[in-house]
Design a binder for this molecule. Structure first.
Ligand code: NAP
Length: 210
């Protein structure tokens, strides 16, 4: 697929991009500046033409993935709203509120994914994923034993995202409607607390009993 990664110059964006490129997808790196986008392409060893402004990436892609800090989620969505009409937006946003990132602090809308869906409206299908996976691990070739909870209101859209999760070398699970993203987003603070208290670098989650 042709996948736009919005804010693809950052840690999560580069991690997902490297894995999707390896599995044969065409990745477009979106950024607020052309220079950053092209420099990310250089890091990923792809053609610099695949680096562009967020809105252009969203426009050219079949599906988009948002990988920016929570405080800039709506700013970036305002740049790409029109370009995303009729498409799926994968949202990896975790509503961390520094400095207390070990504390669950969900927004008043319920969670970041619902905030995105409310802002974008019905013509765009928001599916949330990747909140519990370490971007640092994604940037390596290592096998990753962390599962991905995929939340969204339409089963077939979740199915498409689960296929992309699997292509990134991870196991994706149907985790119910978009409002359930609150649980995945909250879990990130729990994992950060576990990392700190147990001196672990990349704790993650796995579904058992399968
Ligand atoms: N890091 C992880 O391990 C991890 C794991 C799971 C989920 N997440 C979530 O994924 C999202 C991205 O995390 P990250 O660690 O990849 O973030 P990041 O590296 O700090 O930032 C990602 C990108 O966001 C854009 N950005 C930065 N400041 C901005 C601003 N003021 N306004 C608009 N855009 C700005 C930048 O792109 P340009 O400068 O190119 O525009 C930057 O490269 C977050 O919501 C995070 O909670 C992160």
């Amino acid at each position: 697929m042709k996948i736009a990664i919005l804010g693809g110059t950052g840690a999560l964006g580069l991690g997902l991009a490297s894995r999707w490129i390896r599995s044969g997808h065409e990745v477009l790196i979106g950024s607020r500046t052309i220079e950053s986008a092209k420099s990310a392409c250089e890091k990923l060893n792809i053609n610099e033409d695949q680096g562009m402004l967020n809105a252009d990436a969203a426009n050219q892609a079949e599906i988009a993935c948002l990988t920016v800090p929570f405080s800039f989620q709506l700013d970036i969505l305002s740049e790409v709203k029109d370009a995303l009409s009729g498409k799926i937006l994968i949202d990896g946003t975790v509503p961390l509120v520094p400095p207390k990132v070990m504390r669950v602090q969900l927004p008043e809308e319920g969670c970041a994914a619902i905030r995105a869906q409310t802002y974008l409206g019905d013509s765009i299908q928001v599916i949330s994923a990747f909140q519990n996976i370490s971007a640092e691990l994604l940037q390596t070739d290592a096998e990753i034993d962390c599962d991905v909870l995929v939340c969204g209101d339409k089963r077939d859209s979740r199915e498409q995202v689960i296929a992309l999760v699997n292509d990134a070398g991870l196991t994706g699970w149907h985790a119910g409607p978009l409002c359930n993203s609150a649980a995945a987003e909250a879990l990130t603070s729990v994992l950060i607390a576990i990392n700190k208290n147990h001196t672990i670098k990349h704790s993650g989650i796995q579904i058992t009993g399968v």
